[in-house]
Design a protein around this ligand. Structure first.
Ligand SMILES: [Mg+2]
Length: 151
């Protein structure tokens, strides 16, 4: 089994861009929050089935400013890495990316929250099917959680 594989993880990983997505893009300043973003991110933060990752090009001082701004809003998240999943290349492992550079642009946060809710449910169904299939083909597959909390 591959460590980078999220299909069996109980957690649905959501990578979220900062400038233009959480806040209006006024880089290097921090623009005002995009309507609905903070409420949705706070809900995800307390949802044990969702894990958010900050996915940003900000670096150095500008990154620190963004991280402390988020903290001042009650939000903490890993930056540009998925701490639960090890793999050997630079692409971030996430189930979905929320970014104003998405093809088609950024939807409103109400729609984003709906997509993530649906995506998380589908992920859960796939995960259960896959786990069952793996169990049938190899009864040695452990039944415990995979993903978050692994050493
Ligand atoms: Mg952006």
């Amino acid at each position: 089994m591959h460590d980078w594989w999220t299909e069996l993880s109980e957690v649905f990983y959501v990578a979220v861009d900062f400038d233009g997505t959480i806040v209006y893009d006024e880089f290097p300043q921090i623009g005002p929050p995009v309507r609905g973003a903070l409420d949705v991110l706070r809900k995800w933060q307390v949802d044990p089935k969702i894990s958010t990752i900050l996915w940003t090009c900000r670096d150095g001082q500008y990154l620190e400013e963004a991280v402390s701004w988020l903290r001042s809003k009650g939000l903490e998240m890993p930056v540009n890495e998925n701490p639960d999943i090890e793999h050997g290349n630079r692409k971030l492992v996430a189930d979905v990316f929320v970014d104003d550079r998405n093809v088609g642009g950024l939807e409103g946060w109400r729609q984003i929250a709906q997509h993530i809710w649906e995506g998380q449910r589908k992920h859960e169904i796939r995960r259960r099917r896959l786990r069952k299939k793996l169990h049938e083909s190899s009864p040695k597959v452990p039944d415990g959680p995979v993903g978050r909390g692994r050493a």
